[in-house]
Design a protein around this ligand. Structure first.
Ligand code: NAD
Length: 316
């Protein structure tokens, strides 16, 4: 039976990937530290289904510190663990970002550099582009992060690629463009909006709401991981996006429909590190991995809204 290691397996994307792999008949060892970046109860909840599965086991450890010889030899590694979030990565918090995003990645690569892996897939980010030079942004554009978080994600990506080149490790890096859907992190905009709207509270929009993002539904990001495992080009770097480019205010209008709640919006200044716009050139994903994202923003937001309702209930 194929054996996968999923780091960050209790998180938003890692837990969804874990469920998908288990459903595909893959044995999964999950690794997570259950960091307190957000409510750990949500992370435990994310793993409720997997925990009941005979082919799942979980190692609670810090990749930046633990003895990684404890990790099993596996066929494929999906490295999703990280300290996420652009806005929190300034000031003293930066130390957590270098620990969880750079050191942890380097230590994981050391652990697996001389094993027979089918693939080491690194979860990178559109934040490596910052305020990009051109839109839609292709993988060939020089990365120029706009936040300390983006710098650490780019450092992790470089480490992944250089271990690939030096040790012949088959690696791939997936630059996710804002992922959303059920289990989305509570600090991310759509989750914050759903929670506040269901509680009858005002929502906070940073900037004027006209900033736009390339939003990627989580199932599309997961499919891209599976395809990268099976078919990435050597040292392949891929934009994972191209789903829906919408402005934040348009997304709020869609959420109002799904939740049947009118949003009350407070505007606050755009924080440092937030780019005005992201837009993926997803042609490499289509060419090399034969994939185009499939879920549009209206369907994707409806799925997230339904999940948020199950989490927070509905205010009448
Ligand atoms: N969600 C997005 O829109 C998005 C966009 C671009 C990139 N990414 C990347 O995708 C990955 C997953 O993001 P997410 O949104 O699911 O975040 P998440 O916070 O929900 O999941 C990350 C998980 O990693 C774990 N973790 C952190 N440091 C660890 C360590 N040192 N050892 C073991 N576990 C550790 C955390 O406890 C958490 O459960 C991250 O690498 C993130 O940088 C996410």
């Amino acid at each position: 039976m194929t054996h996968a290691l999923v780091t960050g397996s209790a998180g938003f994307i890692g837990s969804t990937l874990t469920d998908r792999l288990l459903a595909d008949g893959v044995r999964v060892t999950g690794v997570d530290l259950f960091t307190d970046y957000y409510d750990q109860a949500l992370k435990r909840r994310n793993l409720e289904g997997a925990a009941k599965h005979a082919n799942f086991s979980l190692l609670e450890l810090d990749l930046g510190e633990a003895d990684l010889s404890r990790l099993p030899d596996v066929d494929v590694v999906f490295h999703q663990a990280a300290q996420p979030g652009v806005r929190a990565s300034w000031g003293r918090e930066f130390a957590a970002y270098t620990h969880h995003n750079v050191l942890a990645t380097q230590r994981l690569l050391e652990r697996y550099k001389q094993t027979k892996l089918e693939r080491f897939v690194y979860a990178s980010s559109s934040s490596v582009y910052g305020d990009a030079e051109s839109y839609p942004t292709s993988e060939t554009v020089l990365p120029r992060p706009f936040s300390p978080y983006g710098v650490t994600k780019l450092a992790g990506e470089h480490l992944t690629l250089l271990y690939g080149r030096n040790f012949g490790l088959p690696v791939a890096a997936l630059r996710y463009f804002t992922v959303y859907g059920p289990r989305q992190r509570p600090d991310m905009a759509f989750h914050r909006f759903c929670r506040a709207m269901l509680a009858g509270e005002p929502i906070t929009v940073y900037g004027d709401g006209r900033q736009s993002r390339d939003f990627t539904f989580v199932a599309d990001a997961i499919e891209a991981n599976v395809r990268a495992w099976k078919g990435a080009k050597p040292q392949g770097v891929y934009n994972i996006g191209g789903g829906s480019q919408v402005e934040v205010m348009e997304a709020i209008a869609l959420l109002e429909k799904s939740l049947e709640v009118k949003a009350r919006v407070n505007f606050e200044p755009r924080p440092a590190g937030d780019p005005l716009r992201t837009r993926a050139d997803a042609s490499r994903l289509a060419q090399d991995l034969g994939y185009r994202t499939t879920v549009g923003i209206a369907d994707g937001l409806a799925a997230e809204a339904e999940w948020a309702r199950s989490l927070y209930g509905r205010v009448r």
